[in-house]
Ligand binder design. Structure first.
Ligand SMILES: Cc1cc2nc3c(=O)[nH]c(=O)nc-3n(C[C@H](O)[C@H](O)[C@H](O)COP(=O)(O)OP(=O)(O)OC[C@H]3O[C@@H](n4cnc5c(N)ncnc54)[C@H](O)[C@@H]3O)c2cc1C
Length: 334
């Protein structure tokens, strides 16, 4: 039986977020010849995004373009999503496990009276098709979950940085769509009577690289001791083309903005390399970063719990170790 897979792409400024291409990578692991793959982009000024999505294997790209979609708004975005889903009746709908995906996916699941599997980090073959692996208990365990029926749509959110991104260069989707570019279809903007509207958004600059999609993160904790203490971490991040993160301890102390907080009540990240500088390793912090590929901890206290989680541990003063690392990486990379 052929199935329709729908990826709900997500914008950041004028461009698509990396997780949208990773969602296509997840589809590539499930779809087979004969399946149909479609995408929906909602926003204002979608030309660049549509171009980057145009790759063989995608049958159609639906664009919901309207001034009202300039800023994310649950009601407005959901109204477009609902029209798209009612028109296409996809069997599988994928979102990034981002603020937007975490908001829209359950609304859609409730609307369709169907189930949802969230925060998926890998897809496994299962007797009935596929099963989905996801972290639970703040990353202390994993569960494998599957849908019990094929008769209702599957709603899935995938954790950023866990699936290979699909790009035109990376490979093709195994479908019957023509090798030429996908058809671009304008989705008529529904006119919902919105109960609230966004009047203005004031952006706080917390670095040019999105923390949840960064490949390298240099994070500081209370051991950084002041906002000035974050400077060496910023320098290391710059040399490595990474982003700066923080523990809640550092945020609570006023050393940095809460936008940088990683953990249970902050952002969940899965970079390739995570530097934990002056972070003790509380369970709430680990909840946000324990799935990082390689963890490097720098802490003055050899008994700090972070060393139990780290792949590499450096016992030492971060104000000595971090500048040394920056100097050595600069020699290697510049
Ligand atoms: C409901 C709830 C939710 C929470 N959510 C989060 C969350 O999302 N994220 C989060 O991070 N926390 C969260 N917390 C807080 C968490 O429990 C810890 O309090 C916090 O993570 C501690 O931050 P820290 O490791 O920076 O500070 P500390 O625990 O004070 O650790 C500082 C570390 O720096 C080291 N150090 C000091 N000086 C140096 C130096 N010069 N060089 C190297 N190392 C040095 C010390 O040895 C120490 O290990 C939450 C707590 C609760 C109750």
């Amino acid at each position: 039986m052929s199935r329709t897979y729908a990826v709900i792409a997500e914008m950041r400024g004028n461009q698509l977020r990396q997780v949208s291409f990773e969602a296509l990578g997840a589809v590539a692991q499930m779809a087979s010849t004969g399946d149909r793959i479609i995408a929906l982009v909602i926003g204002h000024g979608l030309q660049e995004a549509v171009q980057s999505l145009s790759m063989p294997g995608i049958a159609q790209i639906y664009c919901a373009e309207d001034e009202r979609y300039k800023y994310y708004d649950s009601e407005a975005y959901f109204s477009a999503l609902r029209v798209f889903v009612e028109q296409e009746s996809p069997e599988v709908v994928l979102f990034g496990h981002t603020a937007m995906g975490r908001d829209l996916a359950p609304m859609l699941a409730a609307h369709l009276h169907t189930g949802q599997i969230s925060d998926v980090i890998s897809i496994l073959p299962d007797s009935d098709g596929f099963a989905f692996r996801r972290p639970v208990y703040a990353g202390k365990a994993f569960e494998t979950r599957r849908f019990t029926t094929h008769s209702n749509p599957w709603i899935i959110t995938i954790r950023p940085n866990n699936f290979p991104a699909l790009t035109p260069e990376a490979g093709a989707l195994p479908t019957q769509a023509p090798v030429s570019s996908p058809a671009v279809v304008a989705l008529p903007a529904p006119a919902p009577s919105l109960r609230t509207v966004v009047r203005d958004v004031v952006t706080k600059m917390s670095g040019s690289i999105d923390l949840s999609e960064a490949k390298i993160i240099v994070s500081g904790g209370r051991g950084v001791k002041s906002s000035e203490g974050f400077k060496p971490l910023e320098q290391l991040a710059r040399v490595l083309n990474g982003a700066v993160g923080a523990s809640r301890g550092a945020c609570d102390a006023g050393y940095c903005d809460y936008a940088l907080q990683i953990g249970q009540t902050g952002k969940v990240v899965t970079p390739e390399i995570y530097f934990a500088c002056g972070i003790s390793g509380a369970i709430q912090h680990l909840a946000g970063m324990s799935q990082s590929r390689v963890i490097i901890a720098i802490n003055i206290d050899p008994e700090a719990p972070i060393f139990q989680m780290a792949d590499y541990g450096i016992v030492g003063d971060l104000f000595e170790v971090v500048p040394l690392l920056t100097t050595e990486f600069r020699k290697m990379l510049v």
